[in-house]
Design a protein around this ligand. Structure first.
Ligand SMILES: [Zn+2]
Length: 288
């Protein structure tokens, strides 16, 4: 966890170890729609109807087309750097956590008094980053194409980032803005960094393939499965990679209307009748 409220953190983390080349995606993946849906949902103020998740779905059917790709595609070099930097950071922290854990275990074997709680905490740290690593792997191997777009500030309604579904290409757009420096109530700067935004939006991408969220008929994030717990998970994920006070961020979110919607956790948690209703609506293109 980076220090909170650090007044001198750079806006972009670790620019000095940027990797300048990124393996180009297969040619077919270059296909990019000029009709990308940029009607996006602001991750910092996700929109959602306050009514029952089963009555609000709009009635503009859009045919569901299964994408044939199975990769995370950066839209350009910048987006590639963003993804590689993020994955490297996850790897770095995972390795550090593993080293810490094994050092503790070695000491214990050697007869040093190491408390179980300390071991457990170190194990939790390993699990935390292993979990993110596994999510990224699942996304890379899934049938869904995730297209990462950098510098999207100003191109969408969101100042920070968004996760949207491209109705033409059937790709999921991970839109990452340039972030922002914020002066907090204590007079310290906090930073919403591009890596933080990427981590947040990729969490939504993973939630999508796990059927924890869906996309509305117009491609915007949301749909019947989207609830407060999904947003909270993304906020917490993002905060692991930015310089921000997670408590004030969560507090700000709790003031939103999404707080009143904490179900359903996922498609799997629906009752058989709800599943049936969801399936019918999905087949009719209400969401993807
Ligand atoms: Zn979000």
């Amino acid at each position: 966890m980076p220090p909170q409220n650090h007044p001198s953190m750079p806006l972009t983390p670790s620019p000095h170890h940027r990797i300048t080349t990124f393996p180009p995606p297969p040619a077919a993946r270059y296909y990019h729609s000029t009709l990308s849906i940029w009607l996006s949902v602001d991750p910092m103020a996700d929109k959602y109807p306050g009514v029952s998740p089963y009555v609000y779905c709009a009635n503009n059917p859009v045919r569901l087309v299964d994408p044939d790709g199975r990769v995370i595609v950066p839209n350009d070099d910048e987006a590639g750097h963003l993804y590689i930097d993020y994955k490297s950071e996850v790897n770095r922290r995972l390795n550090n956590a593993r080293v810490s854990l094994s050092e503790l275990e070695q000491k214990k074997i050697a007869g040093e008094r190491i408390g179980n709680r300390k071991i457990r905490r170190a194990q939790n740290e390993v699990n935390k980053y292993q979990n993110i690593y596994d999510e990224l792997t699942e996304m890379e191997e899934s049938q869904t194409v995730f297209r990462i777009n950098a510098h999207t500030t100003g191109t969408s309604v969101s100042a920070y980032g968004s996760t949207t579904y491209d109705l033409e290409t059937s790709e999921v757009n991970i839109n990452v803005g340039d972030g922002q420096r914020l002066l907090n109530e204590n007079g310290f700067y906090e930073y919403i960094t591009p890596m933080m935004i990427l981590a947040h939006e990729l969490k939504h991408g993973h939630q999508y393939i796990k059927h924890e969220i869906d996309f509305n008929w117009d491609g915007t994030q949301g749909g019947c499965l989207f609830d407060y717990t999904d947003e909270l998970a993304a906020i917490r994920r993002g905060a692991m990679f930015g310089y921000i006070n997670i408590n004030s961020l969560e507090r700000a979110y709790k003031l939103g209307e999404l707080q009143n919607r904490k179900e359903p956790r996922s498609y799997d948690s629906l009752t058989p009748m709800q599943k049936q209703s969801y399936d019918v609506q999905k087949a009719n293109g209400f969401f993807h």
